[in-house]
Every structure is written in C-alpha cells, then in structure tokens.
Unconditional design. Sequence first.
Length: 287
Amino acid sequence: MVAEHAVGGPVRAAFAAVARSTAGEQGARVGLAARCLVYVVLGYLVARIAGGALGPAKNDQPASGPGVAQAVAQQTGGHIVVFVLGVGLVLFGLFSVLDAVLHHDHEDTALSRWTNRVVSLWTAVLYAALGAYCVVTAFAGGTQSASKENRTQTQWSAHVLRWPGGQVWLFLAGATPIVIAGFLVSRAVRQQFREQLDEHRMSPRAKRITFVLGTIGYLGRAGLFALVGGVVVAAAIEDDPQHGKGVDGGARLLAGNPWGSAGLWLLALTLACYGVYLGLESRYRRI
C-alpha cells in the first residue's frame, strides 16, 4: 500500500490540481454533458427502428455510437455540432482517466477499487475513440450504413466461431455484457449513482427528478447491454454468426415481432431518460 501511494502520489497530485482548477472542472462538465446528446440521439435511433422507419436502405444510420455521429452530422449545421460533440467526448475520456486516478479510494475492498478504476479507464478508451470518430466525421463526412455495420459484426462473430472452442469464446463475450447489465440493474435499484452527485447543491425538486431519471436511465443502459449480450449469446448457442450483430442488429431482429417492437419503444424511452439524467449529472456531479 505504501509503495502504491509512493508511485501514485505525484500523479494524483497533478490530477487533483487539474480537477481543482476552473478550466479542469469546466472541461469535465462539458465532457459529462456531451454524453447527454449521445444517449438522446441513440434513443431516437432505437425508436425509429421500433417504429419501422429504418428499413434495409443502405443510408440508414445504425443504432450505435457511429450512427449517432452520422445522424447529427446530417442535420443542418450538423458537422459543427458533431465536431463539438467529438471534443466533448474526448474531454469525457480525459475525465474518466481523472476519475480512475483520484476516486474509488473509499471502496471497501482492493478488488472493488481496482475493478472500478479499470472500468473508468476502459470508459476513457471507448469515449475517446468515439470522440475521435466524431471529429473525423465532422471533417470527412464519412458514413457507415446499418447494413455495413451489421455485416462487420457478423464477420467478427464468424471469425470467433472459427477459433478452437469458438462457441465457448463467443458465449463468454456475450455473457460479459449480460453481467454488466445485472450490475447496472443493481446500481439502479440501489440508486448508487447518487454517490457521484453533490446533493447539497440540489433542490428537493431537482433531487426527485434526477433520482427518477437516473433510476430509469440506468435500467435503460442495462437493457442496452442485455440486448448486445443476448444476440451474441444466441450466435454462440446456435453457431450462427448472423445473430451476432450488436445493438443495431439486435434491435432490428426484435423489431420484427410485436413484443420486440414494444420492448424497443421502452428501451428508446429509457435511453432518452438516461440522456436527460446525464445533462443533470453534468451540473451536479462531484468533480
């Protein structure tokens, strides 16, 4: 433990100085707010699939991070917005690194502390990559159709299935998001996201709205991970890579039946709620 703090001390001090600075806090809040738009637009794309507005046309935006960037970029003035979004997501990636270094010391066990730090670092990589994609999209105007993204996901699943014991590996890859979904459900039910908020700055009304939206939103995120994991597990069990198509492919498979369509509408609503919650979190989160 002493060695850990000896090595981490200068790094922690540098990150703490950034977090305490006005520019550092404002940058972190911009990054936190950028996720708001991502989830609101993602909810919109899922709703369009549920309503049948997105068919097999090659120019349809996939319900995914890249699809969000494309959907925003195609609006009037969208390339400017998607560039700002990209910068914001990169800032959130940097904030996630700050979170990994400065926070989680209060966790009960070393395993919990390091698990949360690894999650924060993985989040930093994902959002920084999506932010970079947004910036490239803003300048290059590149697009990726839903059909192309689904083919890529199918090819990935088929590649894994060709490995020795490929079905087992693909099953484990699908089980991981399902486990994460269970963790998010627990976090929603316990309202553990409240630990990140500075409740002293919130009015009673703001607390009620934020807590309700946060609970619904985390359940929506759980549904998103369960959808991804479910289609990958199905691909592994049936030895059929056509099922391993990520969020967009899974949503389109569900849209083909009435119960699936109703579930997608619910998922779209909860994702939009999570987006609104993130907007509130960007204001009230402890930096």
